[in-house]
Design a protein around this ligand. Structure first.
Ligand SMILES: [Zn+2]
Length: 113
């Protein structure tokens, strides 16, 4: 009666799906080849300081603080203007007065003792 043992199930296909030798490596391995940069880097590569700006001018524009010299080619009744902000700082004659008529000027005389 009993014919024989039941046929064995083939589990080959299942096995090969689980363990895939020679498959692609896991993603963690593919991050990047650890670049060993043992080059000494200074803590802060500070840029070189800008060269000192030569201080020019005995006057300082009150509105913007720029130092300047009143142009000598101006007529006495001409207005001296700031070379930076173009503000009218006063008459050239007031700049040239000795001592300069600072009360009328919108500039500060830096040579004042
Ligand atoms: Zn100015």
């Amino acid at each position: 009666m009993s014919d024989s043992e039941p046929p064995r199930r083939k589990t080959l296909s299942l096995k090969s799906a689980v363990a895939a030798p020679g498959g692609p490596p896991p993603l963690e391995r593919m991050v990047k080849p650890s670049a060993r940069t043992t080059v000494f880097t200074p803590p802060a590569a500070a840029p070189p300081p800008p060269p000192p700006v030569p201080v020019v001018g005995d006057w300082k524009c009150k509105p913007c603080g720029t130092r300047f010299d009143p142009p000598t080619e101006l007529a006495a009744e001409d207005h001296v203007r700031c070379p930076s902000c173009n503000a009218r700082l006063g008459l050239a004659s007031d700049f040239r007065a000795d001592p300069p008529n600072v009360a009328k000027l919108r500039a500060r005389w830096l040579k004042k003792a």
